[in-house]
Design a protein around this ligand. Structure first.
Ligand code: TXA
Ligand code: MG
Length: 359
């Protein structure tokens, strides 16, 4: 494992490692990724093994520009193309029916592939220099918190698991990309992130399509007739969106992104009383809240008021609270608005104990 400041020389080393079938961790604007040559099946096996990830969980292919989409996808609907043109490079992943040559190891056996052009300059330089696609899940062990610094990556892996870690500083966005699925007729957001859903909806509409919302009743057809329906896909559009989200993308178990300490989300109005009650029960607590620190004896992180800042610091805050060895991390609930939807989603997933997956 070589931890190197990201520069031209270290990026060349990383390219060499990828070409040799080894793993490279690199910064993106969302979280750090653990990359492998997307067309090298032995490297993909190494990637799944290092991550401890079941092989039916698809990984995202990172590419250097939108014009490479058609190298990976058999169909690129106009709305997906417009979304890519408007929002890439950026924290957006687009799921499309996969091209025939795309290995199933990459797609978890599904007929679709996830593509993303990240905006972090180090990620872009790496992708341009490597030329091929880089398969990269977040650079954490399966089910753990995503890394937002090179140091987080170092701490998460054994020395021989990763060849090169490029240090590009802390991640700007802080939570994973928004995922939009175009592999079925009606595109839908599979994982919210920091791009506003209404912004995605407006672009999709501009291209003459509609984004899924819970009122739809049409069956979910795949857009390419030669592409078989994913075995894990929903059969009707009526299904509960939360459920659909879990079945469509097997990587998104309810218990993803969890700290080791159990985490509970408490409404603002009940926070004070709940804290008192839990303390009375003898629980050792630590807190992430907008409330001013009321108990100086508790590890307490004051939450940022803007969603962008909250997201940027979220995983770092949870990692730091996790190190307190408390019985419970108490997080004050966030507003139920679109701007907070990505953060609410990650908190929700973090609130399920890691050893109790609720798929
Ligand atoms: O921001 C991000 O997306 C980061 C950085 C490194 O780019 N990557 C990331 O990867 O979060 P990962 O593997 O931790 O999460 C990707 C999610 C998984 O839940 C996976 O199931 C889903 O994307 N996914 C990938 N390909 C898919 C596909 N073809 N169909 C459905 N879901 C897919
Ligand atoms: Mg992940």
């Amino acid at each position: 494992m070589q931890l190197l400041p990201a520069n031209r020389e270290s990026i060349s080393k990383a390219v060499k490692a990828l070409s040799d079938g080894l793993l490279v961790a690199f910064p993106t604007e969302t979280v750090y990724g653990l990359g492998a040559n997307a067309l090298d099946t032995a490297a993909l096996e190494r990637l799944y093994a290092a991550k401890g990830r079941p092989t039916n969980h698809p990984v995202i292919v990172h590419i250097s520009s939108a014009d490479k989409m058609s190298q990976w996808a058999s169909v690129v609907p106009p709305a997906a193309r417009l979304l890519a043109e408007k929002l890439w490079p950026g924290p957006l992943t687009i799921i499309l029916p996969k091209a025939d040559h795309v290995p199933e190891q990459l797609t978890g056996g599904q007929a679709s592939v996830g593509l993303r052009v990240p905006s972090h300059p180090v990620a872009l330089s790496l992708l341009q220099a490597f030329e091929g696609g880089v398969a990269a899940p977040s650079a954490n062990k399966f089910g753990k918190l995503s890394p937002t610094s090179a140091e987080d990556v170092v701490q998460g892996f054994d020395v021989n698991e990763i060849a090169v870690i490029l240090d590009g500083g802390p991640c700007e966005v802080g939570i994973e990309s928004t995922i939009v699925d175009f592999s079925t007729e009606i595109p839908r957001i599979l994982r919210p992130g920091m791009i506003l859903p209404e912004q995605i909806e407006a672009i999709v509409k501009q291209a003459g399509a509609h984004l899924y919302h819970p009122g739809f009743t049409e069956p979910a057809k795949t857009i390419a007739s030669k592409v078989s329906t994913p075995t894990t896909g929903p059969t009707t559009e009526k299904a509960d969106p939360a459920k659909v989200q879990q079945t469509r993308a097997p990587g998104m178990l309810a218990s993803h992104y969890a700290p080791s300490t159990p985490l509970t989300i408490i409404d603002t109005a009940k926070l004070q009383a709940s804290l008192e009650e839990l303390l009375k029960q003898g629980k050792r607590l630590c807190v992430l809240s907008w409330h001013k620190r009321t108990r100086t004896d508790l590890p307490w992180i004051t939450a940022p008021s803007e969603p962008e800042t909250y997201a940027r610091q979220l995983y770092r805050s949870l990692r730091s609270l996790d190190r307190e060895n408390a019985d419970l991390i108490v997080v004050e609930s966030v507003p139920a608005t679109e701007a907070w939807s990505g953060i609410a989603d990650r908190l929700q997933r973090a609130s399920v104990p890691a050893n109790d997956p609720q798929e």
